[in-house]
Write a protein that binds this ligand. Structure first.
Ligand SMILES: NC(=O)c1ccc[n+]([C@@H]2O[C@H](COP(=O)([O-])OP(=O)(O)OC[C@H]3O[C@@H](n4cnc5c(N)ncnc54)[C@H](O)[C@@H]3O)[C@@H](O)[C@H]2O)c1
Length: 253
């Protein structure tokens, strides 16, 4: 945790981070608090999310949010404004992946993936942007994937949902520039989250690492540094852009 008298890169900024109870979202939340932000960790996983918020201290809160519920987005915005004030940064990080060949992929699988990964972003814009206008501007960071830039077997629902995130991001950037609200996507490649370092997933990652020009998977810290940059005033001329962080995995596209 940074010293309170040191300048943080996100000092005084109010942020909502979705999917902050697990994986990369945990590190984004930790780094945001270390850099001086006040953060609402929003997730459906109550126990893990509350535990992390308690650990992060006075500048963190947990709120139970299902990102696929418009009503709950209204509630998390009210909660954040009441606790910390108008919202400066939104990190849309919550996401799911259902990986099946098309013949096995059900209508429910497809609809659920789109609801959680894509429609949620539309709900977040409808509810969070009015708060950012009150703050005088803001930064929205939508976590997509390399699978939002390429197709892959078994990834039809996931790729569809992540490609659509790029579209909604560019439209939002085009509409919201006048409000000084920036909107960008982040496209991680293979990232070693704590869960991915064990068992079968670790073996899959080891095989994938051989195909990555930098010869390894990324770390959550590397992605969090980019998410801090995009939330901070260091990135004030960046909007409507796709930030790929993949060790060169899709450099041949
Ligand atoms: N891990 C990778 O290698 C990788 C690569 C590219 C993109 N991504 C993307 O990065 C983001 C984070 O990935 P991760 O691997 O850290 O994920 P993870 O599975 O570790 O964590 C996702 C979090 O989202 C939460 N969540 C799921 N559904 C939700 C809902 N309806 N409402 C609110 N919260 C919900 C989960 O409870 C969990 O805490 C995702 O959007 C994912 O698609 C991950």
């Amino acid at each position: 945790m940074g010293e309170t008298n040191n300048m943080g890169r996100l000092d005084g900024k109010v942020a909502i981070i979705t999917g902050a109870a697990s994986g990369m979202g945990v590190r984004h939340a930790e780094m945001y608090v270390e850099e001086g932000a006040k953060v609402v960790l929003a997730d459906i996983a109550v126990e893990a999310g509350q535990k992390l918020a308690d650990k992060l201290g006075a500048n963190a809160r947990f709120f139970k949010l299902n990102v696929a519920s418009f009503e709950e987005w209204n509630e998390v915005v009210k909660f954040t404004e009441a606790e910390f004030g108008p919202i400066d940064i939104l990190v849309n990080n919550a996401g799911i992946g259902i990986f099946k060949l098309m013949d096995d992929l059900t209508i429910e699988d497809y609809t659920k993936t789109m609801d959680v990964n894509t429609t949620s972003i539309f709900y977040s814009l409808k509810t969070v942007v009015p708060s950012m206008r009150k703050a005088g501007g803001g930064s929205i960071i939508n976590i997509s994937s390399v699978d939002g830039l390429r197709g892959a077997p078994t990834a039809m629902a996931y790729c569809s949902s992540k490609f659509a995130v790029n579209g909604i991001t560019r439209c939002a950037a085009a509409e919201l520039g006048a409000d000084k609200i920036r909107v960008n996507t982040v496209h991680p490649g293979v990232i070693k989250t704590p869960m991915a370092e064990q068992g079968e997933i670790a073996e899959i990652i080891a095989a994938l690492e051989a195909q990555i020009p930098l010869g390894r998977a990324g770390t959550t810290d590397e992605v969090s540094h980019l998410v801090v940059f995009l939330g901070s005033d260091e990135s004030t001329f960046c909007t409507g852009s796709e930030f790929v962080i993949d060790g060169g995995m899709i450099c041949d596209l």
